[in-house]
Write a protein that binds this ligand. Sequence first.
Ligand code: NAD
Length: 351
Amino acid sequence: MKKTLLITGGAGFIGSHVVRLFVNKYADYTIVNGDALTYAGNLENLADVKGRSNYIFEKADITDENAVNALFEKYRFDGVIHLAAESHVDRSILDPLAFIKTNVLGTAVLLNAARQYWKDDMENKRFYHVSTDEVYGSLGEEGFFTEETAYDPRSPYSASKASSDHFVKAYYHTYHLPVVLSNCSNNYGSHHFPEKLIPLAIHNIKNNKPVPVYGKGENVRDWLFVEDHARAIDTIFHNGRLGETYNIGGFNEWKNIDLIRLLCKVMDRKLGREEGSSEKLITFVKDRAGHDLRYAIDATKLNKELGWAPSLQFEEGLEKTVNWYLDNEEWLQHVTSGAYQQYYKEQYQQR
Ligand code: NAD
């Protein structure tokens, strides 16, 4: 069936994997990637789909109502998969208003455009909001986040995502906008901006630079291979029930320090270094303010209802990820531009 879809944030880490999957899998869809190309958006992420007949890039800021309406007017979208966001917790601590603007206002602008353009025909339309497990707050040593867990965001990033989730649900209840949501755990894989833990560590180990780990590295995160997230988004977009939230996770919890030690082992092997040499680069830095102790996702609903499950073991996914970064030195050089270097210096100076 022919469809025209808007994927916001398609030039970012997860968005580029979703665009690639949809362009390759659905030849009869037209995929419009709407992205403002902030520091985190990089069209090199999609070099392999550029020029494909079912793929269009539109530079657009989701907080700009006129620009968003113009896109709806031009393409008459059948669906929206919304990933555009400010996504880095540390940056949200430095500049919370930027997060409120893009994540809250930007989402509301998109919802409003969809409401206006779809108001006479909501049949077969779908607005999919991609969100994070961080909206649920922090867990102790036990338990998991389920779809019923009460929201308890603790960083400006998670508060902005929680707020956008609420707006999506409000548009469902108030205007009957056909929405579906998902909340996912930490992603890892190729094309990840090197301010995030895994690509940052790979980059620094390779260059014999200190590998910063917050506090004592005791924080626990659930990790999911980004291509498995993209598959989950495909499944939920097409088969999820309207108005529902689906949690997505890897059933794969790691303490930060254990994850970094595993990565050091893989890197020693890949770089032909003596075992244990990369671990010496681990440097503990002052903990992030309000650092949530543990996130863990129960993705049973998605598994039972829609049959999705992660496809890769963590060790296998990590190996693939390391290989990609080592084979794509040029990509890394391009994204670690002057502006990023400055931010990195401010954020990770040893204390
Ligand atoms: P990212 O930072 O890599 O990419 C974000 C993209 O959004 C970039 O291409 C950027 O240019 C674009 N963007 C930012 N502001 C914009 C604006 N005002 N208008 C249009 N485009 C704009 O982020 P990511 O890690 O790929 O995350 C994508 C989505 O998934 C986000 O909504 C995030 O909250 C969610 N999420 C991420 C993770 C994760 O582990 N990375 C986990 C769960 C959920």
